[in-house]
Design a protein around this ligand. Structure first.
Ligand code: CP
Ligand code: NVA
Length: 327
């Protein structure tokens, strides 16, 4: 096992950044994505070994910076625990200092790369991540959620479908709700892994055609994505029904209009009964009972939402080991 602290190593050339960012699921090849999930399953099994787990010191000497412009429980705490369980350290500079107007994002990146191996950033526009990455030569950068994508969530979602449904290939998931960051990353990952997707959103709230086209270009094992307007049609016979908040962080002023637009898209027991008898219910959390999902679904026996939340830890550990090449 190589335990060289990358944060202090000689800066490699710019080209070595290829494969060192996870700004989008599309940054990984399908093989790397599958390997990451396989590793996450192993890490999940080995977690009970605690400090005797083979990876307990895998990231010794590595530090990670968490730069968050928006609130977070699962993503932030998941990375904190992940780094601790892999023998590394975490620093969380206040977002006003690191992502504010005090200095350019490029200068923050160039400073941090002298100290840490990896940064996870939760912010607004995806373009801010690109700006950060462009300024560094060797820092690994992870998208911890932007307006456009949430690729860390997609890893946990796919692992949960794999565990709960027994496979991904040939299964079908209905995502019913807003065509948002979570839907985008889920679509990317699902198609690469052979999981069919039915998306159902109100007019004007679906995924852009360009997102679907990009996902279709990387589809494998015959996986298909279709975009529908009717939640009932989307749910019929599927293996999993997924929804997310109707109003994402940063869209709070649109909430009243969105409540009107999404009427009829709430996941109820009646809608879930359209799916396969064994179908699971999924949500990235945080959830709004009585809005995008009824409480009896979210808290019911088919709900996999806390498996998804747990799997954020195992998949984020696998992602860190993958990006830092310490498997
Ligand atoms: N699902 C998710 O990303 O949760 P947090 O916003 O709590 O990180
Ligand atoms: N779509 C939601 C996801 C939260 C984890 C948001 O961006 O707020």
């Amino acid at each position: 096992m190589n335990t060289t602290p990358i944060g202090n190593a000689d800066p490699p050339s710019k080209s070595s950044l290829v494969g060192r960012t996870y700004l989008s699921v599309l940054d990984l090849t399908a093989e790397a994505l599958e390997a990451c999930l396989t590793l996450a399953l192993r890490l999940k099994r080995e977690r009970r070994l605690g400090s005797h787990a083979p990876t307990a010191q895998a990231l010794a000497g590595h530090s990670m910076a968490l730069l968050f412009d928006k609130p977070s429980l699962r993503t932030r705490t998941g990375f904190e625990i992940a780094m601790r369980e892999l023998g590394g350290h975490v620093t969380c500079p206040p977002s006003a200092d690191a992502l504010g107007t005090r200095e350019t994002l490029a200068d923050v990146a160039r400073t941090l790369e002298r100290w840490v191996s990896v940064a996870a950033i939760r912010t607004f526009e995806q373009s801010r991540l690109n700006e950060f990455v462009k300024a560094t030569t060797h820092l690994r950068v992870i998208n911890a959620l932007t307006n456009e994508e949430h690729p860390c969530q997609a890893l946990a979602d796919c692992l949960t479908v794999l565990e709960r449904c027994g496979s991904l290939r040939g299964r079908t998931l209905a995502y019913i709700g807003d065509g948002n960051n979570v839907a985008t990353s889920l679509t990317h990952a699902a198609l690469m892994l052979g999981l069919n997707l039915r998306l159902a959103s109100p007019e004007g709230y679906g995924l852009p055609e360009s997102t679907l086209a990009a996902a279709r270009r990387t589809a494998r094992h015959g996986a298909k994505v279709v975009q529908l307007r009717d939640p009932v049609e989307a749910a019929q016979g599927v293996d999993a029904v997924y929804t997310d908040a109707w109003t994402s962080m940063g869209q709070e002023t649109e909430a009243p209009d969105r409540r009107v637009a999404f009427e009829g898209f709430r996941i109820t027991e009646t809608l879930l009964s359209e799916a396969d008898d064994e179908a699971i219910f999924m949500h990235c959390l945080p959830a709004h009972r009585g809005e995008e999902v009824d409480a009896d679904v979210l808290d019911g026996p088919r709900s996999a939402v806390f498996d998804q939340a747990e799997n954020r830890l195992h998949t984020q550990k696998a992602l860190l080991l993958t990006l830092l090449d310490e498997k």
